[in-house]
Design a protein around this ligand. Structure first.
Ligand code: MRU
Length: 350
């Protein structure tokens, strides 16, 4: 199944509950926009493209289940739902992007509430289908960079689970694997939520792609060993200058790769590119609950004193100078990013 699906029979949104993996593949059904916002905030669904599409379907839930009798009332309900969903997580631009796509496409002059409801749902469904097509194109573009025999260091989870299907950076790895290239993946655990060991390893196992999980701290050691050929990750927001805001730990990884002359590729759909922001420092960085850092147990025992405090920024900024290229569905973007990212967004990259 897709990570996110609309159930036409019950008019509900069905999601893989990513908090339960790898132990259990549990599907959650949501019927209200409030639940969709909560699913995003609590990371039942996560990954930049996935939260964008969940937001879009959150609007569909608002439209379908609204008690509005006039188009004016329906518009108020949708605007309320949009602001609730927009606030769920601040960093990935895809969330606001997807909400804007749906809201901007609505013809508010439409006379019937039912037609408006159908229009909102179709718009969300269209975005979901486009997300899969975009990821496939991005993967084809990125697979050109992968050589037979490569060892690839990968951060966080950028697979089918982070999107509607296929994935971004992991999508590139999947396509290269399908092309018959032999690939070995070093999977960063990705503390504190462990999206690497919990989700990426789970996906790679299903695709029969060989991998080893490594602790985040080990990345520098492997990069220095000369055995890593490429570093691949996704992005939650790319600024106009090419700075990539992505899962915490990406910056340290890119620094170590750069120091060892290992190529670094970010794989992002153009919906993750925010040309309105000049550089990465302007991107809002989500601060999450310190308990995500403190609650880890090793051999069943606490790993921090009971009264310990922690800081938990969920994303960091990788400066553009550390990147070899940014792969998009419209082609591979090389420096100067300031010039070339705009061309990628507008679809006129050479
Ligand atoms: O906090 P998460 O798990 O939503 O963070 C996800 C990432 O940082 C991914 O690497 C990113 O969304 C890009 S891949 C689709």
């Amino acid at each position: 199944m897709r990570t996110i699906e609309w159930d036409a029979r019950s008019s509900e949104l069905r999601l893989i509950d990513q908090r339960m993996l790898p132990e259990e593949l549990k599907i959650a059904s949501l019927s209200e926009p409030r639940q969709a916002a909560e699913a995003i905030r609590d990371m039942m669904v996560r990954g930049a493209p996935a939260i964008g599409i969940t937001g879009a379907f959150g609007l569909a839930l608002a439209a379908i289940h609204s008690k509005a009798r006039t188009t004016k009332e329906l518009r108020i309900d949708l605007e309320e739902a949009a602001s609730l969903l927009r606030e769920a997580r601040p960093t990935a631009v895809n969330l606001g992007w997807a909400l804007d796509q749906v809201m901007d496409e609505i013809d508010w002059e439409e006379s019937s509430c039912d037609k408006l409801r159908i229009a909102v749902l179709s718009s969300a469904q269209k975005l979901a289908d486009e997300d899969v097509a975009t990821n496939r194109r991005m993967a084809e573009n990125g697979a050109v960079l992968i050589d037979d025999g490569d060892t690839i260091l990968h951060h966080c989870n950028t697979g089918a689970l982070a999107a509607v299907d296929w994935g971004t950076a992991l999508g590139v790895i999947r396509t290269a694997h399908e092309q018959g290239k032999r690939i070995h993946v070093l999977v960063d655990e990705t503390r504190p939520r462990l999206q690497g060991s919990r989700l990426t390893a789970w996906e790679l196992q299903q695709y029969h792609i060989p991998y080893h999980i490594i602790s985040d701290n080990a990345a520098g050691f492997f990069l220095q060993s000369g055995k890593v050929n490429k570093v691949l990750f996704g992005g939650d927001r790319v600024a106009a200058n090419g700075d990539v805001v992505n899962k915490i730990g990406t910056y340290m990884l890119a620094l170590a790769a750069h120091d060892n002359a290992v190529p670094v590729y970010a794989v992002v759909p153009t919906s993750s590119i925010d040309l309105s922001l000049a550089s990465g420092e302007l991107v809002p960085i989500e601060e999450r609950d310190p308990n995500e850092v403190l609650s880890l147990k090793v051999e069943g025992r606490a790993t921090a004193p009971r009264e310990a405090t922690a800081l938990n920024p969920a994303f960091d900024i990788t400066p553009y100078r550390l990147l070899t290229a940014i792969v998009t569905e419209n082609g591979i973007v090389y420096p100067p990013f300031l010039e070339n990212l705009g061309k990628a967004v507008n679809g006129n990259l050479k």
